[in-house]
Design a protein around this ligand. Sequence first.
Ligand SMILES: Nc1ncnc2c1ncn2[C@@H]1O[C@H](COP(=O)(O)OP(=O)(O)OP(=O)(O)O)[C@@H](O)[C@H]1O
Length: 526
Amino acid sequence: MHLHEGAANLLEVRGLTKIFGTLKACDSIDLGIARGEIHALLGENGAGKSTLVKMLFGSLEPNSGEILWNGQPVHITSPGVAKKLGIGMVFQHFSLFEALTAAENIALSLNDGAPIGTIAAKARALSYSYGLPLDPDALVGDLSVGERQRIEIIRCLLQTPDLIILDEPTSVLTPQEADKLFETLERLRAEGKSILYISHRLEEVKRMCDRATVLRHGKVVGHCTPREETASSLARMMVGSEVRSVERPPAEGMEKAQSLLEIANLNRTPATPFSIPLRNINLSVRAGEVVGIAGVAGNGQGEFFEAVSGEVRQPDRASVRIRGREVGGLDISGRRLLGAAFVPEERLGHGAAPRMKLSENLLLSRHATDGKAFVSRTGMIEANAIYSAAQRIIGMMDVRKSAPDPEAASLSGGNLQKFIVGRELDRKPAVMVVNQPTWGVDAGAAAHIRQALIELARNGSAVLVISQDIDELFEISDAIAVMHNGELSAKMPIAEATYEQIGLLMGGAEPGHAATAHIAETAEVA
Ligand SMILES: Nc1ncnc2c1ncn2[C@@H]1O[C@H](COP(=O)(O)OP(=O)(O)OP(=O)(O)O)[C@@H](O)[C@H]1O
């Protein structure tokens, strides 16, 4: 492709439309991306952002409209065609093989027959030159999420794209890692590359992006210069109305409230070479209380969630107690039967079966524990009851979708998360444990989910929230603890916690603090 210097924009999209069933996921979209700009694509969950970028990257075919590249009409029929043109994409979900090295993963996607040593050397040099140092010989399974994302970025940059699409790149990064990424993006911009940036984090959009295009219900509803806006004016443009703020009324009589979830001397040896051992974790969550667990991803939160939920049973039955019952030996259904609910971090495959309808997913997750509601006395499945429960949840959580009862995989990421959280809230569980409740969820929907968790607690449930988002934890928690390298710090009242102190604990500071916490918590449980 010859470069047409005269073309005003590197990429120009005209009237691009994608229809799923009766839903116009992208409705006649016009968009121009200039050379050397960072262009934000903003919109609520389900607004059509991923659909649009999938068409630009050749993984979805538009129904109508056209794409111009350097002023020339192009048909991007596959990701291979996109890459050849000079369009690279860093995905929201990682697609790396854990048992392979960084260089081997890169070689697989480049697929150009170059020897692995050459690829490794190139990747190392490029990664250092962009300030995102990478060890090409490291096994992906041994790497943190942030390091894995570097591989994705370096893999994309090795193909020397002119346009780089990033879909929510910072949702899995620590604040320090995000800063590094911003530096890299600024360098790329200075080199004349264009970046299309999708994020729900409006502060970073304000900081980084030169222009923004806002989508609502598949249509472009506005353009702006993010620097000249506030986070709330951007949110208003996306939603079309004011985003309500979360209110946390004081928890009354908490000292006397019963502990509904107790974790005592919980230990876990690593199940795989890539998992983190849990070391003597103690924690209690009382009726009426929201407890937050902060921590950088990959510090044992996943292993902790598995042990608490019963996805992995514990040899020590007393290490987890739900409403006073020792449940270490029970599986997830056994624990759910006692009135607990669990929302895992990964939505597809773990939180929901992708190819099943929402109502079928509801039946799948609840038949063992709420069988009476959905199965008649003669053992027949009550299709109407399931359907109406699914509709109730869809209504309660404002789930946006393309059909009355669509397949889970067809929902946008944030909308699926709303459905999964709503499915558990609908049971009014006595104990709710949720891992990353608002990951990939837009500002309005995140406020909705956070408020619902606080209300559940204030109505007498014990709520435990594991999150990487410190702002979220400060907004909803009554008490907070920090997980680092498989250990949990003291649980402290939120009023006494500071961002700095939590940040330090997340980085592994003050190990003595954690030890004191264990003694205090064990005494409480006893
Ligand atoms: N393969 C599909 N089949 C049917 N409907 C789909 C499919 N993919 C997306 N949709 C629908 O298209 C709409 C737009 O989804 P899209 O994933 O583009 O939203 P998004 O703006 O990226 O949202 P999020 O911020 O939650 O990632 C949603 O209502 C979604 O349910």
